[in-house]
Design a protein around this ligand. Structure first.
Ligand SMILES: [Cu+2]
Length: 365
């Protein structure tokens, strides 16, 4: 199998006869094919080696648009995964009566949610829409390598670029465009999240998972001005946004778009911050986070019983909580002018039976 001309490593006829392994005398046990097969099976099971079936063919990933998250990964081995993203510039709604010329991944702000597993090799293709005005690129914070991929994905309109990378570290990571002038590409909407699930010790089961990404917009007119609003570089440099939003639009998570869950369910929020400038003080009014994975880091210390968690631009957090009481739970940046006056407000509507021992709205009457 491995040897040539009867020398080196050979697989003999009998499964229990030894290899002609030149250094076998150095090992305390006999180097037998059965032992080797057992060892390889163990390595495959642990995800150290790829399963032969997965090594042959790549999985094509279907990312989701916010607030939706792809289902948890069921496979127990690493794989080759194909992901395709398209840079798209489009005119869309920033708020009721207010339009904006967004730059995006996939025609949505934020871009699609990508879910892979630690040890996966991701073959990423970035297309740039032929109707684009500018080149675009991608820097994924989950990538180990120059520019997170930005150097090899500078892509002119109508063209595409590809690179492959191995997901070495589990966690929730931001990706964004990194084409000069980088802050402008980010300010116009080019960011999203990628989750690298851990190979061992999977995240605990959640009943509902949602994708939220905070970011700012800097417009020529003030907050609430109607019509098409251009980008204000001057306001962006002064870090004075007119809009601070979840999922790229004022009202994206309120009214008919509110998130929904039931009493007794465990909710997990994957929260990112595209910035480009402001640190988020992420808070859900009326809830306490049972667990926070600060920085979106998986495998490190977990914070328990958290009221508000900081999420910097280019950073993320995973927050989890179980719902005990029905009602409306506002999701805010607790730098509170942003929630009341600049749009950083979502809503989680929780239905189900009351628990009057936990919260009794009538007890004081
Ligand atoms: Cu770009």
């Amino acid at each position: 199998m491995y040897g040539e001309g009867g020398k080196g490593l050979m697989v003999p006829q009998s499964p229990f006869s030894t290899f002609h392994f030149p250094f076998s005398h150095l090992f305390p046990f006999a180097f037998r094919p059965f032992t080797v097969a057992l060892f390889l099976t163990l390595l495959i099971g642990l995800g150290v080696l790829p399963h032969p079936a997965l090594a042959a063919e790549a999985i094509t990933l279907i990312p989701t648009q916010a607030p939706n998250v792809p289902p948890p990964i069921q496979r127990s081995a690493q794989a080759r995964v194909k992901v395709e993203l398209e840079a798209k510039e489009f005119r869309g709604s920033l708020a009721d009566g207010t339009d904006y010329d967004f730059w995006s991944f996939g025609g949505s702000v934020p871009g699609p949610f990508i879910r892979v597993r630690e040890g996966d090799t991701i073959e990423l293709t970035l297309k740039n829409d032929p109707h684009s005005t500018f080149p675009h690129s991608i820097d994924l914070h989950a990538v180990t390598g120059p520019g997170g991929g930005a150097k090899v994905t500078q892509t002119p309109p109508g063209e595409h670029s590809s690179f492959a990378w191995k997901a070495l570290h589990p966690g929730l990571y931001v990706y964004h465009c990194a084409t000069p002038h980088v802050p402008t590409h980010i300010a116009n909407g080019m960011y999203g999240l990628i989750l690298v699930e851990p190979a061992r010790a999977a995240l605990p089961k959640a009943d509902r998972e949602f994708y939220l990404m905070q970011s700012e917009f800097y417009t020529q007119g003030p907050h609430g001005a109607h019509g098409l609003q251009g980008y204000s570089m001057e306001k962006a440099e002064r870090e004075q946004p007119d809009y601070v939003l979840f999922n790229g639009r004022e009202g994206s998570l309120t009214g008919e778009h509110a998130l929904k869950a039931k009493v007794g369910e465990r909710v997990r929020l994957f929260v990112g911050n595209g910035g480009p400038n402001l640190v988020s003080s992420f808070h859900v009014i009326g809830e306490i986070f049972d667990q926070v994975y600060p920085g979106g880091a998986i495998g490190g210390p977990i914070m328990k019983n958290v009221q508000t968690t900081l999420i910097p631009p280019g950073g993320a957090a995973i927050v989890e909580f179980t719902l005990d009481v029905p009602g409306s739970y506002p999701i805010v940046d607790h730098s509170i002018f942003r929630a009341f006056d600049k749009g950083a407000l979502g809503m989680l509507e929780v239905s189900g039976p009351e628990s009057l021992d936990i919260f009794n709205p009538g007890a004081a009457r």
